[in-house]
Design a protein around this ligand. Sequence first.
Ligand SMILES: Cc1cc2nc3c(=O)[nH]c(=O)nc-3n(C[C@H](O)[C@H](O)[C@H](O)COP(=O)(O)O)c2cc1C
Length: 180
Amino acid sequence: MEALRTRRAVREFTPDPVDESTIEELIGAAILAPSAVNLQPWGFGVVRGSERLHALSAEAKRYVRAHLPASSPLAGHAADPAFEIFHGAAALVVICAVNGESQSSEDCCLAGENFMLAAHARGLGTCWIGLSRAWLNEPAIKAELGIPAEWRPVAPIVLGHRRALPSPTLREKAKIVWNR
Ligand SMILES: Cc1cc2nc3c(=O)[nH]c(=O)nc-3n(C[C@H](O)[C@H](O)[C@H](O)COP(=O)(O)O)c2cc1C
């Protein structure tokens, strides 16, 4: 409950790297998630290095600017020259559905939440970057990142050493329909 209550979307990172063994450990936590028929339909594309992510951020931003409708609430962000889609993080882990099973997206999302909670428990910060998903699904970008063509990026999550833990975001009262 402590981890659930205190995890936050982190958008300010130090440039310190996150080592491969830590990322492997977090992926180990991710794959403890349940999956439909226990198919475990996930694969993980990992990009490390804040300089590399800075360059990819610019690429992703160009794509987002070209594809977002002007009416989108995110259009302002995409047009801001200072906006970094990957928030200056040291690593990006792209959780991908590796087959076309009907519930593989749900399975990847559950793995993503495990990943974020495990990172938080280790004092690291994460943020799910939904804004990058369409760009990551472009065949040329998958090829550039070494993600197999048949994988489908579902949950792009940045990871790094956070500068600070943001204060809690509010939750609305749960909408519950009881049938007593
Ligand atoms: C599916 C999904 C997509 C998201 N996409 C983005 C994104 O593109 N960029 C970003 O900075 N945060 C993104 N977030 C983070 C949310 O904005 C954040 O989780 C939400 O504001 C609640 O804050 P909290 O996680 O600190 O409780 C995304 C979160 C989810 C679950």
